[in-house]
Design a protein around this ligand. Sequence first.
Ligand SMILES: NC(=O)c1ccc[n+]([C@@H]2O[C@H](COP(=O)([O-])OP(=O)(O)OC[C@H]3O[C@@H](n4cnc5c(N)ncnc54)[C@H](OP(=O)(O)O)[C@@H]3O)[C@@H](O)[C@H]2O)c1
Length: 375
Amino acid sequence: MFSADDHRFMQQALELAKRGLWTTTPNPRVGAVLVRNGEVIGRGYTQPAGFAHAEVAALEDARKNGHDVRGASIYVTLEPCSHFGKTPPCATALIDGNVARVIAAMEDPNPLVRGQGFDALRNAGIEVRCGLLEAEARELNLGFVSRMMRRRPWVRLKAAASLDGRVALANGVSRWITSEDARRDGHAWRARACAVLTAIGTVRSDDPMLDVRLVETSRQPPRLVLDARLEIALDTKLVQTAKSGSQVTIFTAEDNPVRAAELGARGCEVVQIGARQGKIDLEALLLELGVRQINELHVESGPGLNGAFVASGLADEILLYVAPCLLGPGQPIATLAEIGSLSERKILEFSDVEQIGPDVRLLARIGELGWLKEK
Ligand SMILES: NC(=O)c1ccc[n+]([C@@H]2O[C@H](COP(=O)([O-])OP(=O)(O)OC[C@H]3O[C@@H](n4cnc5c(N)ncnc54)[C@H](OP(=O)(O)O)[C@@H]3O)[C@@H](O)[C@H]2O)c1
């Protein structure tokens, strides 16, 4: 159904989309390539929110270089939008530009679009085809797809462990188990996330900053902390940098206006959220993060919160850096309840394996992810 040229141009559109990996949030990462008579005449990718979407950027690129876009084909990694958001609809821009063909990788799962962009284009007499390199396009926007379909972010648990699966010594020391290469790579994953989350146990033992330092970025994701009883110390790096750095939001189960005011005066946002047996209700948390337009949530916590995410079925993948060392007794990646039979074990699936310096990076998917492929 799709030719070799179609594949080649869509592959280019996907590569362009990746340029927005760290910057398009809360919008999806989209790339577009305009082609006329077999020649690429315009390229574009989604700019930061409020600025041009990929299709409009590609049209502008072509016109800037003196090309006539009438009758051209556009390869775009997501269905052109049909609604007014911060920018006018892309479908209208394509109709006004008199393009002849739209080849899309996937339908937009956004309920405000979901096929309506295609309908508008078809009604204007434009040929539309969808489904080229769809799996790759979905992978690029799994956070956006998650938020549109489940109303909550894609949850990625990141950990650094020894070969015997320890993320810290028994005494809590964990710095550093993996190499600087692995830590730099970890910062690139922070940079693509819409928010970075930790819990009070890690704040107590590691006093992390949770910012992106080891790679260059134009955007710092907001930093989130789970702290059911508002125990975070005022001299922690997170509290101390709440005014100067990216936003720090503390989710708590405690109604403690005095403490909340102390933290608020230091620049922290304090949000009271539902609790279950004294612990923050993770499902309520994720729904709140969905409302806050968080697509990809990057979790850097210890075995306590990691275990809670896995046990509740709310974790989607584990990003694990494994160092070639053995630590003996220590803390596990995730604290889970004891099981008596291997048939009860949690099954994951490796979706990516890569050597990073002396360490290995594993990406393991967890849970029922059929929704990711649903339309
Ligand atoms: N190597 C690595 O990648 C890495 C990364 C991070 C941390 N660490 C290590 O991990 C250790 C700390 O582990 P930890 O388990 O204490 O830290 P943690 O997971 O960051 O925090 C534990 C806290 O999470 C909250 N929590 C636990 N279960 C929950 C649930 N079901 N729902 C909601 N919240 C829940 C609880 O706090 P509240 O109930 O008070 O909210 C609990 O005290 C340290 O030694 C640190 O160095 C290692």
